[in-house]
Design a protein around this ligand. Sequence first.
Ligand SMILES: Cc1ncc(COP(=O)(O)O)c(C=O)c1O
Length: 371
Amino acid sequence: MKPALKPANPNFSSGPCAKRPGYSLGALRTDVLGRSHRSALGKSRLALSISETRRILGIPEGWRVGIVPASDTGAFEMAMWSLLGERPVDIFTWESFGEGWATDIVKQLKLADARLFNAPYGELPDLRQSNPDHDIVFTWNGTTSGVRVPDADWISDSRSGLTLCDATSAVFAMDIPWSKIDVCTFSWQKALGGEAAHGMLVLSPRAVARLESYKPPWPLPKIFRMTKGGKLLDEIFEGATINTPSMLANEDYLDALAWADAIGGLPALIQRSRANLALFEDFVATRSWIRFLATDPSTRSSTSVCLSLDLSAEQVKKLVKLLETEGVALDCGSYKDAPAGLRFWCGATVQPEDIRAMLPWLEWAYHQVKG
Ligand SMILES: Cc1ncc(COP(=O)(O)O)c(C=O)c1O
């Protein structure tokens, strides 16, 4: 039977992700637009994004938080290009984005002293292989496989290397133990449903010490440079961005942060994401034709929920199209490099009632396609 009820919001894309419930462009402040980002007003709004990010995520005193160019990719690339090469690096990859970082380290930076630990889609590599005296590069949540690290217990408290963590689809939805993370990056377009444009870069005191003591042997373009004369450019972490940011995107991010705060901050965001995952877990548990791509339940992502079906790639495409045509789930096909399947964003901005309304459609569409 074709379901009657449709989700109020069918946006399940894994980036840009659904806007917060009740979002309205009209709610954004506009007096800051058309003005210099270096005006007192402009700087204060950028600085507020930084301080609210710090407060809501519980980032410790002493850790720097900066707004940098080019989204999560920009933030992670500038960290890798600025910090790596001082010592050997252990790279853990299990899906497309992690593999991209590995490629850059091996083929662009050409670091000879790199150890690669790779796992196929659905699995995690053996994280305990990491050497605490090496730098460690990993992704907290593999957005394209729906596999996350279950915790950071495998990272030594007495490490001498740095940990570089791409946490773009994890922050604001999963707990990040900051003492284990020296570099953390994320973008605005993910977990709070912000606008793409800028990246956030979080640096531990040890990462700053590396920046101030180590000069990589390769040239660094201006948009990657975080130091001058061997000293950290503090202003980047106070709202004076390297180049011109989108003040509209910043206002949009501030709106998302205010919503996050109003609903109860990080614990509420995490709870909402977990509850969304639980709706899929209940659905999958009673159906033999659909399963999580993540093989181990403790590694299941609560944000990018990736599912495999007993359908051919062609049939999956048809199913995705059918859900879109019915207007019940948009952009829910798996990532282009991932195995054929479905991916539903389940971060905190997604409403559980929309998932509840969508799931019967998924069942209906499956049977339509399966014939
Ligand atoms: C894990 C991960 N890393 C990096 C990126 C790239 O992010 P951006 O497009 O914001 O640079 C994404 C985007 O989906 C991602 O999921």
